[in-house]
Design a protein around this ligand. Structure first.
Ligand SMILES: [Zn+2]
Length: 215
């Protein structure tokens, strides 16, 4: 595919993690009367569709949006491995919409070390209270120190879990054993394995991702 002057190119050319953004599915179906041009709106949501990014070795490394994936393709950084049937049109060309792309040069991915943050803990725990195993909106979850801070428990991946307010109150300043609570699973750092699980979650509706993720 030749470079297309009509498309703006991201000068950074980075494929930053966009898992969280891609996880929010674009609304389908009848939308409100906000849209003046349904065709344009459809195209806008198409450009936000998630695209699986593979390393040169076919190892899945990331999820990005169609828009960025197409920029990477136009810059010659990546090529499409799987396509949607849909097309988007720029001023001069029609482009097939990628579903899976692969980087042409191998990129070393450092140990997927994500920042320890409330958002990432909730993402790791899939917004599920690790004591009662129920799913909550982020606003109804807090972080619980499994071993309380008053007992020397640290703020670490291994000692912080998503927890609903009810369980958090119930547990108080006790260890799970003392409170008669059981952890859904042992908390771990956010690893490449976790990211792959998230990719699977996002890719569940796209058959074309399967052969790269399920092995
Ligand atoms: Zn709970």
């Amino acid at each position: 595919m030749s470079a297309n002057r009509h498309m703006s190119v991201d000068s950074r050319g980075r494929y930053t993690p966009e898992v969280a953004g891609a996880a929010a599915p674009s609304s389908e179906g009848p939308s409100g009367s906000r849209s003046h041009n349904p065709l344009l709106q459809r195209r806008a949501s198409l450009m936000q569709e998630p695209v699986l990014v593979l390393n040169a070795t076919y190892e899945p490394i990331n999820v990005t949006a169609v828009r960025r994936a197409m920029v990477l393709m136009l810059k010659g950084v990546a090529q499409a491995e799987e396509m949607h049937n849909a097309e988007v049109h720029s001023a001069a060309h029609a482009h097939k919409v990628p579903s899976v792309i692969r980087l042409l040069a191998y990129r070393h991915i450092p140990q997927q070390s994500r920042a320890l943050s409330r958002k990432n803990i909730l993402l790791r725990d899939r917004n599920t209270c690790q004591f009662c195993c129920r799913v909550f909106p982020s606003s109804e979850l807090t972080l619980d120190h499994v071993v309380p801070r008053s007992r020397g428990g640290r703020s670490s991946w291994e000692n912080l879990v998503a927890c609903c307010y009810r369980c958090n109150n119930n547990k108080g300043d006790r260890t799970p054993e003392e409170a008669g609570l059981k952890l859904a699973r042992r908390p771990r750092p956010f690893t490449l394995h976790t990211s792959r699980q998230l990719m699977r979650l996002i890719g569940h509706r796209d058959e074309r991702w399967r052969k790269y993720l399920f092995y």
